[in-house]
Design a protein around this ligand. Structure first.
Ligand code: AMP
Ligand code: ZN
Length: 488
């Protein structure tokens, strides 16, 4: 591998960490399942994109040339993920009294704005499913010609019994998958796990989006788009496929089944499958169907910077569940602000695109050792919490000369994407850490804490008013009191 640095990644297919071995030396193709643009993407939805962006950044930092495709699902994804359900986008258009095109344009734009605010590097390609219907039809026609499908009134179905390794990714027995995968019953389906490659419009129920096909007018099945667009843009075989952990059980299993049937290659379609765990809210997956799932904009409206959320996501490994709480995001915001405060004093940070460039720029062995620690953490299945902890230690300590600390921060910025070189710490959030407020206010806060500990409420209230007079409000958090500027 370029830069002589290897990376271990946890492969959902084999359930173990494996070294990345690019199919074409020096290049990596990544396909990331993208958003269905029928509503705003919530904070949980942001995790797969920040995770795959971090993956991409780390690989580029190692000198690899990365092509990353993120699809935009604007047709084919059904309500309840059922083969007979209404298209999510059409349902949204009906609900919002808008055209399908208006709905998809609006939510695509919102998605792109959100990932940009999170410093997600723009994917190399952002294909829209609706632009690929002719290729999907060709793909389905070939599956049909090769005998992998059968036709019912409701569409063309993939016969999972014809797929030898069906369900390997989900690690379930074929019988279990066939029995358990689907709640709905489509009349005539041979196996429960069989899925629609093409969904034919029911007589008298004309869809808004529809294309002619040999199996009647209708729309492609949802799984089909990812197989077709990834193969079209990245080649028949490519290195890494990513997505949220919910895709591991059905969507990706079906992508693999139909792609391997189509290619007939006798080797895995994609060797490495990575899945991010969920963001949880009060112990449950953040989900659109739960209603009121928080958005990135909600955090911004709350006075937080989007990159505080990126930092928050990086405080856990992508394979662990992450509980979303106000206190945790605010703690991430404070930690990022401290990092920015130190970086600000060392600006401008140099451009350090790769590990090689970083090593060359380091003046001392201690600097090079710090870089290796950063690289080791990230090469260990993207251990971002360890990278952040090491960075925090380096920034606090005296070990590195300033010029090396500058290089380290620039290098960390390349891989973590936290705008360490440009973001003004004061932009981070409305609430300001006690330690950064001037001494007098700090003394007042200490006295208020003391009064509260003594249960001297009148004195505590009096001090609170004094703080308010200086333009600040005290907010008690799990991490202790913080000050928030009073707005008029
Ligand atoms: P969707 O737009 O619903 O198709 O979902 C987009 C991506 O977000 C998929 O990769 C999902 O697996 C992922 N996802 C959905 N909910 C969460 C969550 N709470 N935490 C992390 N990822 C999620
Ligand atoms: Zn997909």
């Amino acid at each position: 591998m370029a830069d002589g640095a290897s990376i271990m990644l946890y492969n959902s297919l084999t359930r173990q960490a494996e070294p990345l071995r690019p199919l074409v030396p020096g290049e990596v193709g990544i396909y990331t399942c993208g958003p269905t643009v029928y509503s705003y993407a919530h904070l949980g939805n942001m995790r797969p994109y920040v995770f795959s962006d971090t993956l991409r950044r780390v690989l580029e930092w190692k000198g690899l040339r990365v092509r990353q495709v993120v699809n935009i699902t604007d047709v084919g994804h059904t309500v309840g993920e059922s083969d007979l359900g209404e298209d999510k986008v059409e349902a949204a258009a009906r609900r919002e009294l808008k055209s399908v095109r208006e709905v998809t344009a609006h939510y695509t734009e919102a998605y792109l704005r959100d990932i940009a605010r999170l410093n997600v590097r723009t994917p190399s390609d952002l294909p829209r499913a609706s632009d690929y219907v002719p290729q999907m039809l060709d793909f389905a026609r070939q599956l049909d010609a090769d005998g992998f499908t059968y036709q019912l009134d409701s569409g063309l179905y993939f016969d999972t019994a014809r797929s030898s390794g069906y369900g390997t990714l989900a690690q379930i027995s074929m019988e279990g998958q066939r029995e358990g995968a689907r709640l709905e019953t489509v009349p005539g389906k041979r196996n429960k796990a069989d899925f629609a490659v093409w969904r034919t419009e029911a007589p008298g129920r004309r869809r808004v989006m529809r294309w002619d096909s040999p199996w009647g007018p209708g729309v492609p099945g949802w799984h089909l788009e990812c197989s077709v667009m990834s193969i079209d843009l990245l080649g028949e075989h490519f290195d890494i496929h990513t997505g949220g952990v919910d895709h591991r059980e059905i969507h990706h299993v079906n992508e693999i089944a139909q792609s391997e049937a189509y290619l007939g290659a006798g080797r895995p379609w994609v060797p490495l499958w990575l899945h991010n765990e969920f963001v949880l809210l009060r112990n449950r997956k953040v989900a659109k169907s739960e209603g009121g799932a928080p958005l990135l904009q909600d955090l911004v409206d709350d006075g937080l910077h989007p990159l505080a959320y990126r930092y928050f996501l990086l405080t856990a490994t992508y394979r662990s569940q992450l509980e979303l709480t106000d206190a945790a995001v605010r703690a991430a915001s404070s930690a990022l602000r401290r990092l920015l405060g130190r970086a600000q004093a060392l600006r401008p940070l140099p451009a350090i695109p790769t590990l090689t460039a970083a090593l060359e720029a380091m003046a001392t062995d201690a600097g090079r050792a710090a870089l290796h620690r950063l690289d080791e953490a990230l090469s260990d299945d993207l251990n971002t919490p360890r990278a952040l902890a090491d960075l925090t230690t380096a920034v606090r300590g005296e070990e590195l000369p300033e010029e090396d600390l500058t290089v380290l921060l620039a290098a960390a910025d390349t891989v973590l994407g936290l705008s360490l070189g440009t973001l003004d710490p004061s932009e981070l959030d409305g609430r300001t850490e006690v330690s950064t407020v001037d001494e007098e206010l700090r003394a007042l806060l200490v006295r208020r804490e003391d009064a509260r500990n003594r249960r001297d409420w009148p004195e505590s209230d009096r001090i609170r008013d004094e703080i308010a007079a200086a333009g600040w409000r005290v907010v008690d958090t799990a991490d202790g009191p913080v000050l928030e500027p009073l707005r008029s």
